[in-house]
Design a protein around this ligand. Structure first.
Ligand SMILES: [Zn+2]
Ligand SMILES: [Zn+2]
Length: 135
């Protein structure tokens, strides 16, 4: 659960309960990921019923920069998908690894810039001393 007090406030509002209801009805109370997996596995979707009770935000609410934007992400049914507990856990595991990859990429490009600014790049001639001539 999120520790962001603004996010907590959004989730404690009666509006959130309404949104959850809309999502639950739209997704017919089923985990949409298990449903997708069921179709991919060739199992008829109607015969593949895994109940879902977790409303997952596709774009994390906490990625918003303003409270208004948070509100939009939080209460927009198009940003929410009904999942079972297992798929919900998996969705967050993937989100975390994406964030980690993005973080590594950002730091790598910063390091690259820093090196170019602060550490003189050796020219090719300096980097590769010519091999001693053997006779
Ligand atoms: Zn599932
Ligand atoms: Zn979630």
């Amino acid at each position: 659960m999120s520790r962001n007090p603004k996010y907590q406030k959004l989730l404690n509002s009666p509006r959130w309960w309404q949104v959850k209801r809309v999502v639950w009805l739209r997704d017919e109370g089923r985990c949409q990921q298990c449903r997708k997996d069921g179709i991919a596995a060739g199992v008829l979707p109607d015969g593949y019923v895994v109940p879902g009770v977790d409303c997952h935000h596709i774009k994390p609410v906490e990625s918003a920069k303003t409270y208004q934007e948070m509100e939009q992400l939080c209460y927009n049914p198009n940003n929410i998908v009904l999942l079972c507990a297992k798929c919900h856990k998996e969705a967050h595991r993937q989100l975390r690894s994406q964030t980690r990859d993005a973080h590594i990429a950002t730091e790598a490009s910063r390091a690259e810039q820093w090196l170019q600014r602060h550490i003189a790049q050796p020219t090719d001639a300096e980097a590769k001393p010519s091999p001693p001539i053997l006779s």
